[in-house]
Design a binder for this molecule. Structure first.
Ligand code: UTP
Length: 278
């Protein structure tokens, strides 16, 4: 029902410098698999087979990752190493990949607006690949598609964070609608704990209805002079409805050093018990 998923990957990844000087943050590996591949896998499992990237300079490695590598594949054909490519080959057979560039880093809202040419007039998923999510029974994006089926409006993935961490996230104010589901009244970008309306933080999973593009086109810069997706969602929440969905599962914030190391340890241990990173 939702065919397309947008991956904004144009950010500089300054917290991982110098690694990200010439290499995209999204290509950093959690054990043997780059962050972006975990994200694309999640989108594919949610039925989103048209993968759209908003890229920037120094991001070519992402395009190459989702393409054939003839020499290498020829070399390892029939060897033990070949099975390491099984998963990415399956992704490449199942999905299509398209790319556009964000010319200036004017914020996540601007990156999403730039993706309009690839998305068009239909609802779509958004994945920020540095949030690596593990769903309990189902992948997080699949859980969100199920909510979309019922409510047909924009949905933000949310989780409870420690009060002292609200200043790192967009935080929602809202009313409980169902178990784990909130009708969003407002979103505040990175509030201090004393000003935060709740401790429900927006994480890097969204389902957006296409009218968001119209809002983004005329939206003035917000916090830090950036076009903020939360400002656009606030307008949608006033005009229509936006839901916050507290997903079932766990998120690793791989955009931070702590979260990156925690994810690495987790997947390495899992690999030890199952023979692959899964
Ligand atoms: P972040 O706030 O994590 O920024 O962006 P960043 O540049 O990736 O990392 P740091 O903070 O400098 O270490 C959140 C998401 O939005 C994308 C990023 O690629 C990331 O997936 N983004 C952000 C863009 O695509 N364009 C922008 O102008 C800003």
């Amino acid at each position: 029902m939702i065919n397309k998923c947008l991956f904004p990957v144009a950010g500089y990844g300054t917290r991982f410098l110098p690694s990200t000087k010439a290499m995209p943050k999204e290509m950093l590996p959690i054990v043997n698999k780059p962050l972006i591949q975990y994200g694309v896998q999640e989108a594919m499992e949610a039925g989103m087979r048209q993968i759209a990237f908003v890229t920037g300079r120094s991001k070519r490695a992402i395009e190459d990752h989702f393409d054939r590598t003839y020499e290498l594949e020829d070399q390892i054909s029939g060897t033990k190493a070949e099975h390491n490519l099984a998963e990415i080959r399956h992704l490449m057979q199942t999905c299509t990949f398209s790319y556009t560039r964000q010319v200036q880093m004017k914020g996540l809202g601007d990156a999403i607006r730039t993706g309009e040419t690839l998305i068009g007039n239909q609802p779509f998923g958004v994945v920020l690949a540095d949030d690596l999510c593990l769903g309990d029974d189902q992948p997080v994006l699949t859980q969100m598609v199920n909510i979309y089926r019922k409510y047909q409006c924009s949905i933000v993935g949310i989780e409870e964070v420690a009060h002292e961490d609200t200043e790192k996230y967009g935080i929602i104010a809202g009313k409980a609608l169902e178990e784990r589901l909130f009708m969003v009244d407002a979103m505040v970008e990175k509030p201090a704990a004393s000003e935060a309306p709740s401790n429900l933080a927006i994480i890097g999973r969204y389902i957006l209805t296409p009218d968001i593009f119209e809002v983004l086109r005329t939206l003035p810069p917000g916090r830090n002079g950036e076009i903020q997706i939360t400002d656009a969602l606030n307008i949608q929440a006033k005009n229509k409805m936006v839901l916050g969905y507290q997903f079932k599962g766990h998120r690793f914030d791989c955009g931070s050093l702590d979260g990156f190391v925690a994810a690495t340890n987790y997947f390495f241990q899992r690999m030890g018990s199952s023979g692959n990173g899964g």
